[in-house]
Design a protein around this ligand. Structure first.
Ligand SMILES: Cc1cc2nc3c(=O)[nH]c(=O)nc-3n(C[C@H](O)[C@H](O)[C@H](O)COP(=O)(O)OP(=O)(O)OC[C@H]3O[C@@H](n4cnc5c(N)ncnc54)[C@H](O)[C@@H]3O)c2cc1C
Length: 417
């Protein structure tokens, strides 16, 4: 039976979808296939996971969560969802440094696409990877560890280097988070105090439709009970909020300044409910933070021409890392996320215009979301892209893990279809 991605905008074309019960089974599936890829929790909007070959989903593997308190790491099955890993970690008094807006996503799929949360001092979820276990094209298992020559290229892998079966992630002692939502912040004030605003808490997100004079909501997640009575003139919201207008507020994590465990506040959405709007498409562009004010001004000028297609847009930040295909490779960044209406005929024609607006700011598209840029354009945004291609040539010379997305975006301008 054909399987769809979470958003339902893509039907996977795979001739078989396997759910192996052991890593040995993963190895023998890879060794015996000429075309195969990993599939996570299916939350990507782009065709990055799709293939006409076979897919491997790790949801039947033993979670095998092993905490190493001395090394401050956890090793677990890469098919585990962050929400499940977080629950296991918290029960033992440990935490991750950051989470995405939803806890429903698999570790392997999240890391492969450079997924991130928000916070000027927080890096992407991929940057917390200390080691990964890869089933490579010959079916052999190998560990690639931080410090190894291939490591920075192998973490944000786009699924191109093999099937990742286990990951080791950095952990910290468990901590509480206070979440407060503010409303009524004028964009003009936000621009005047941008660094201060974005750095005003552990994690800050601005929700906008780019056409209004006010930012609709500012979500401030703090590791201390320090919510100000007003944030640059904005007031704490009355009652629970959802960033998408008219969406059910019980789907969102507790606000109103009530403290709670890190994993019940850092994501915007609760594990037991549908994240975001449910009916949507998404895009996101990651921009060096030195261009933040200019890029916001450009987006606000474009805003009235795209607002009709936007359910909500989120502005957030994350810190530089050294992973070759990470949006934040080499630079602190600001990210513009778009939750679009679920109407490809409306949304897709807007992307070239939007990308042209953000191109002067070297905007890198999120690998797991919709974008229009060509391979040539995208490759030029990553100084280490040629090194990634060389790593792929070495680890997968027969292109066992290839798909249309990789042929379109990674291959050097050669269209093979
Ligand atoms: C409602 C919603 C909210 C979101 N919020 C955020 C957010 O806050 N921040 C953000 O940055 N992104 C966000 N995203 C995007 C999402 O995090 C990414 O699309 C991510 O890749 C999803 O992980 P997944 O497990 O669903 O991966 P999939 O879509 O299943 O796969 C993604 C890639 O990983 C590869 N892969 C999966 N498993 C393996 C494996 N075991 N071995 C090798 N390769 C593998 C696939 O081949 C594919 O290339 C959101 C998406 C949705 C739907």
């Amino acid at each position: 039976m054909p399987e769809e991605n979470w958003a339902g905008n893509l039907t996977y074309r795979a001739r078989a979808v396997h759910h192996p019960g052991s890593i040995e089974e993963v190895q023998s599936l890879v060794a015996g296939s000429d075309s195969i890829r990993g599939l996570g929790s299916r939350h990507s909007f782009s065709d990055i996971a799709d293939t006409t070959g076979e897919l491997i989903v790790l949801d039947r593997l033993d979670p095998d969560v092993r905490i190493d308190p001395a090394a401050r790491t956890v090793t677990a099955s890469a098919g585990l969802r962050y929400g499940d890993l977080a629950t296991a970690l918290h029960a033992e008094g440990w935490a991750l440094g950051n989470l995405a807006s939803l806890p429903h996503i698999s570790i392997a799929g999240t890391v492969a696409t450079g997924t991130h949360g928000s916070g000027v001092g927080s890096r992407s979820l991929a940057a917390a990877v200390a080691a990964l276990e890869l089933v490579s094209a010959d079916g052999e298992l190998r560990w690639i560890r931080r410090g190894d020559a291939d490591f920075d290229g192998a973490v944000v892998s786009l699924g191109a280097l093999g099937i990742v079966t286990r990951m080791t992630l950095d952990i910290v002692p468990a901590y509480d988070v206070w979440q407060t939502v503010y409303v009524g912040l004028a964009w003009s004030t936000a621009i005047d105090h941008l660094d201060e605003l974005l750095g005003s808490a552990y994690s800050v997100s601005l929700f906008t439709n780019w056409a209004d004079a006010d930012i609709r909501q500012v979500w401030r997640k703090s590791t201390a009970d320090d919510a100000p009575a007003e944030l640059f003139g904005a007031a704490p919201a009355v009652g629970q909020q959802h960033p998408v207008p008219d969406a059910p507020t019980e789907f969102t994590t507790a606000q109103g300044g009530a403290p709670g465990p890190w994993h019940e506040r850092l994501p915007h959405f609760r594990l037991e409910f549908t994240p975001s709007a449910g009916e949507e498409l998404q895009s996101e562009y990651v921009i060096p933070r030195r261009f933040a004010a200019e890029a916001i001004t450009a987006m606000r000028e474009l805003g009235p021409r795209v607002a009709h297609a936007i359910q909500i847009s989120e502005v957030r930040t994350f810190a530089a890392d050294s992973l070759w295909l990470s949006g934040a490779e080499g630079t602190d960044v600001i990210a513009f996320h778009f939750t679009w209406r679920k109407d490809p005929d409306l949304v897709l024609p807007l992307l070239p215009r939007l990308e042209a607006t953000l191109a002067p700011f070297s905007a890198r598209p999120h690998w797991g979301k919709l974008f229009a840029g060509t391979g040539e354009q995208v490759r030029s945004l990553y100084p280490r892209f040629a090194d990634f291609s060389a790593l792929r040539d070495r680890l997968d010379p027969q292109r066992k893990f290839d798909n249309d997305f990789l042929r379109r975006i990674v291959d050097r301008g050669v269209r093979r279809w």
